[in-house]
Design a protein around this ligand. Structure first.
Ligand SMILES: [Zn+2]
Length: 268
């Protein structure tokens, strides 16, 4: 079951953008619905034992019987498709060097997804040592932001050019190693770490209203990141919530059993 709630027949759903369904969210001005998520409709959270699934015949994914692939399926609702979507938005392709900011579950699966799409090298930036150890076990090069500017570390490791693609897997609540919130920090880091004409995929969450934001602008969704350098470098940016179903249906095909078991293989 995807975390998105989609009707399956509106213009966006038909185009595969189930994360921006035009029908399922009655909130004025917002397309796309999800379970237990701010502004995304009157639906309770998806962490319950029982759940009502609107448009269930469209949203539910029929799984093969048996328990053999349970570990794969558990990650298909959200985390793995979101990580994959980050790599897709960034345009990761064969031979690319990729900078992933954030080594939580989405960041780690963005790194894994980048390798599935043929990336040659993946850097993962964070400051939590245990997360960086996991990133290394996924085959990525860990970049500890506590050791200094992560973009500088990534440029140094790529002959000064920067990564071909960058993935934002943190969001507006980004913190520095001292615990101070900087909503622009990761976007600035990616603009700096990615080469000219490179692609950036943003799947970390940003919101139009955040009453507890660190700056007045950020309280209204205005994140003061380095758009000037982004333009000067001719970079592309893709954003938004993942249409989980599109990734699910590829992942659940019998010949694409690469979800949890492939992750387990990386961690072995
Ligand atoms: Zn729809």
């Amino acid at each position: 079951m995807p975390f998105n709630i989609a009707c399956g027949t509106c213009r966006n759903c038909v185009a595969g953008w189930t994360s921006f369904c035009l029908r399922t969210n009655p909130t004025e001005g917002v397309d796309g619905a999800a379970y237990g998520y701010a502004q995304m409709g009157p639906y309770d959270g998806g962490q319950a034992e029982f759940l009502r699934v609107p448009f269930a015949d469209f949203n539910l994914l029929a799984l093969p019987s048996g328990a053999e692939w349970e570990r794969d399926f558990a990650m298909l609702s959200d985390i793995f498709p979101t990580g994959y979507h980050g790599a897709e938005l960034a345009g990761v392709g064969p031979g690319d060097k990729v900078a992933v900011f954030g080594a939580g579950p989405v960041g780690l699966l963005a790194a894994h997804s980048s390798y599935l799409r043929g990336a040659a090298r993946v850097f993962v930036a964070d400051y939590q040592p245990d997360r960086l150890v996991l990133a290394e076990r996924f085959g990525a090069t860990p970049v500890n932001i506590a050791d200094g500017d992560p973009a500088g570390q990534i440029r140094d490791a790529t002959g000064g050019l920067g990564a071909d693609c960058g993935i934002e897997a943190v969001g507006y609540q980004a913190h520095d190693p001292a615990g101070q919130e900087h909503p622009e920090m990761v976007l600035d880091g990616l603009v700096s770490a990615v080469r000219t004409t490179g692609g950036i995929g943003v799947v970390g969450v940003y919101v139009p209203q955040d009453a507890k934001a660190a700056t007045d602008g950020a309280k209204e969704g205005r994140i003061g990141f380095d758009f000037g350098t982004l333009f000067q470098k001719g970079q592309r940016v893709g954003t938004g919530q993942c249409p989980a179903q599109a990734v699910q249906r590829r992942a659940a095909r019998p010949d694409h059993r690469w979800a949890g078991n492939a992750v387990a293989a990386r961690l072995a």
